[in-house]
Design a binder for this molecule. Structure first.
Ligand code: NAD
Length: 292
């Protein structure tokens, strides 16, 4: 695939990193953000390797691919996608990096809803080896094929989410585990620190090596069947926001950026967590390239 003209709309945490991924792979990138200062900051961060635009329409003019990654708001995203649709190249593809909104609903403002699909990135995009591709009810097979080719050109593997369900796949898996972890901590069965030790010392590395279904095969499905009989009925089925999360938020303990959450977040802890994340993700990305 030759270099594509890519418009990245939104210059926040995700937009900046996604622009980096496209530039590194040799594509021609234009970034638009609602503040010119943000566009300038992204350009400076990427050593001027991306162009900046004064309007979303200018950024999308003639684009082969649009990456919408502004704030998570249905009205704003729908309006922005509809605004840039007429500017795209004739066979251009529109993508949204929404984490939670329905692709089908986001496509409602479009003249041609078949050219939109969810391209859900993970942070930090430059290190995460995978992108979720999410079909809306109207997404055309051709739109998906193009998006798959784009991801291949970036060296990213893709997971296809065939239905536009809340949380897609990765966040659903994550929240299923979080629900159980929060229930166990709330019941006093185990501490948050020990849950983190358990995840980083067992599940995390194992899942990195094998994934979930391969692990079930390796454990033996008869064992999985027997253990399921005991454990499945005991798991949390709570459908509310977990009480522990409500309580910490009410106390102003909103996590790392507020200085405390489950842990106290001094600056050095934040720095160490950042370094550890980059080191592990680099290793995981390099190992993923060798997976059969
Ligand atoms: N942060 C993550 O880990 C992550 C991961 C995957 C997907 N996402 C999704 O990516 C998108 C962007 O998230 P982010 O983390 O980069 O957020 P962010 O807050 O860092 O950046 C949001 C961007 O939206 C722009 N924006 C805010 N209000 C706007 C408005 N009224 N009109 C136009 N632009 C506006 C901001 O200027 C900024 O450029 C969201 O849809 C989010 O759900 C985030």
């Amino acid at each position: 695939m030759g270099p594509l003209r890519v418009a990245v709309l939104g210059g926040g945490t995700m937009g900046r990193e996604i622009a980096r991924v496209f530039v590194t792979a040799g594509h021609e990138v234009t970034v638009w953000s609602r503040s010119p200062e943000t566009v300038a900051a992204v350009r400076a961060d990427l050593d001027g390797a991306v162009a900046g635009a004064d309007s979303a329409a200018d950024a999308a003019n003639g684009a082969d691919l649009v990456v919408e990654t502004i704030v998570e708001d249905l009205g704003l995203k729908t309006a922005l996608l509809a605004e840039v649709e007429p500017c795209l190249a004739a066979d251009g593809v529109l993508t949204t990096n929404t984490s939670s909104l329905s692709i089908t609903r986001l496509a409602r403002g479009l003249r041609n809803p078949s050219r939109l699909l969810g391209m859900h990135w993970f942070h930090p995009a430059s290190h995460m080896p995978l992108v979720e591709l999410v079909l809306g009810a109207d997404t055309a097979p051709d739109t998906l094929e193009r998006a798959e080719r784009v991801c291949a050109s970036l060296g990213k593997s893709t997971v296809l989410v065939r239905e536009d369900i809340p949380g897609f796949v990765v966040n659903r898996l994550q929240y299923a585990l979080m629900r159980e972890a929060l229930a166990l901590v709330a019941a006093g069965v185990v501490s948050a620190e020990d849950i983190d030790l358990a995840v980083s010392g067992t599940l995390g590395p194992r899942w990195c090596a094998s994934g979930l279904f391969e692990l079930m095969d390796l454990a033996g499905l008869n064992t999985v069947r027997r253990v399921s009989k005991v454990i499945m009925p005991a798991l949390s089925t709570d459908a509310e926001v977990p009480e522990l999360i409500e309580q910490l938020c009410a106390e102003g303990r909103r996590g790392a950026t507020s200085g405390s959450g489950f842990y106290a977040w001094a600056a050095d802890r934040l720095t160490r967590a950042g370094h550890a994340r980059t080191a592990f993700l680099t290793l995981a990305r390099d190992l993923a390239r060798d997976r059969p």
